[in-house]
Design a protein around this ligand. Structure first.
Ligand code: SAM
Length: 319
């Protein structure tokens, strides 16, 4: 499969499960003209930001994610980077986008391990995390810059908080590198050109139904019942059934939609979705997503058997 070319914008949030690599596969089933799209369960905003629509409403129930997306859409990039550099200096972190990788890697204890810059950044990262967690107001520019840095220096570049709202991931292997800076620049440029609204809400909220009434296309990428990402916590059979009720509402109200999901994984099946899609076969079409877009280090055939990713949309999208 061809590598996805760089005409697409990469999210600065490095979101686990983001749809960048399969964007061409899913977007060909989107309506050709969209006035108002809802990117429901937007995560890093990858789908909305790459879709051609007059207005895009990004919805996610993670307040930290929404705050970060809003912040990064209104920053002056040069000023933001200067603030990052000030904090990087304060916490003695590596800064490979400016000074390269080797200089820091050479200072790590074990130069033959596979831990990237973890050893170099360990001490400063945990002080930064402690300082961030002790902030009363987490929605200031300073707090959001700290959170951005926690993400790029943190484990797997994920965002994870405990029930008290404390960021709780350990240090990771990476830092503020050229790729991250490029993503910030591209996102900032693109988001300023489009009409975007960011809303922190649960998909079951009444507010969402009001938004749906105004929209003409709803893309949904919920946590997968068979998934295990950090944002899967709390997603269960009840959530899945509520989501299917919402899609029934979309079908009934003749709204265009597309749903990403995983229908089976190893020997497990997403039973509610399977049952529902059989019952709704008059209204929906199911498109199988080629799985081998993922990590090349996996045996592709094995991985294809392991997980079946799909896109479900209204029947009239079949070409
Ligand atoms: C699979 S990820 C979305 C990834 C995204 N499409 C991307 O490309 O980056 C699922 C998202 O759903 C959000 N989420 C989980 N439960 C939710 C709920 N009850 N209501 C709204 N959003 C929810 C999570 O915070 C997470 O960002």
């Amino acid at each position: 499969m061809k590598k996805v070319d760089c005409q697409y914008i990469k999210s600065p949030l490095n979101y686990t499960g983001n749809k960048l690599r399969i964007f061409p596969q899913i977007s060909k089933f989107f309506p050709k003209q969209i006035d108002c799209m809802i990117d429901l369960f937007c995560g890093g905003a990858t789908v909305g930001i790459n879709t051609n629509a007059k207005k895009i409403i990004f919805v996610d129930n993670n307040q930290f994610v929404i705050n970060l997306l809003v912040y990064l859409s209104r920053i002056n990039v040069d000023l933001f980077l200067r603030n990052c550099e000030r904090l990087i200096k304060k916490y003695n972190l590596s800064c490979s986008y400016k000074y390269g990788y080797k200089i820091y890697r050479n200072q790590c204890k074990n130069k033959n391990d596979n831990n990237g810059l973890k050893d170099y950044n360990k001490k400063g990262f945990y002080i930064l995390r402690k300082d961030y967690n002790s902030l009363k107001n987490k929605n200031t520019d300073e707090a959001l810059t700290m959170l951005y840095l926690l993400m790029v220096y943190g484990f797997n570049n994920d965002l994870r908080f405990n029930s008290d709202g404390q960021f709780n991931l350990p240090v990771g292997k990476t830092d503020l590198n050229k790729n991250n800076v490029l993503k910030i620049k591209q996102y900032s440029e693109k988001i300023k050109k489009i009409t975007a609204q960011f809303i922190c809400a649960d998909f079951r909220s009444e507010n969402l139904i009001k938004l749906i009434k105004k929209a003409d296309f709803i893309y949904m990428d919920p946590p997968y019942l068979l998934g295990d990402a950090v944002y899967n916590v709390g997603w269960n059979n009840d959530s899945e059934h509520s989501l299917l009720d919402l899609i029934d509402y979309l079908i009934k109200n003749k709204k265009s939609f597309a749903l990403s999901n995983v229908i089976s994984k190893k020997n497990k099946i997403n039973e509610p979705l399977c049952y529902w899609s059989k019952k709704r076969s008059r209204y929906i079409s199911i498109h199988h997503i080629k799985y081998n877009y993922r990590s090349a280090s996996y045996n592709k055939i094995e991985r294809d058997c392991e997980e079946k990713e799909i896109l479900i949309c209204n029947k009239n999208y079949i070409k």
